[in-house]
Design a protein. Sequence first.
Length: 129
Amino acid sequence: MTDTFTAAQKMKTRWLCVSAIRSGKLSRRNCEKCGADKTEAHHDDYSKPLDVRWLCKTCHGAVHRGQTKKTPARHRRTHCARGHALMGHNLMTVRCGDGRSPKRKCRECHNAADRRGKQRRKSESHTAA
Ligand SMILES: [Zn+2]
Ligand SMILES: [Zn+2]
Ligand SMILES: [Zn+2]
């Protein structure tokens, strides 16, 4: 990751972020990695103050230490298999049972699969009745 932002820019971004939380524009969430409720806002991109990831202190530290490491390809995916953008509201992170490495899922495809499942169940009950 290239770090081209100055300390002043980062400070401004953090400040904008904090005031957005205070004014209710941005709501604090649980840690995206382990689900802990004490979280800090992490910026992948300091040019987007409201584009934050919520991480607990431990996971936050790990993210910063891990930035030099290569992220596995599946974590870097920006689009799903059908070409929907994996970002913003379309991005779902699903925690697995063991609490580690949440899966990034496409909400659009997830909803479509959900609808298909419901339709199938419906038609099955129709034919059964
Ligand atoms: Zn965590
Ligand atoms: Zn951070
Ligand atoms: Zn999709």
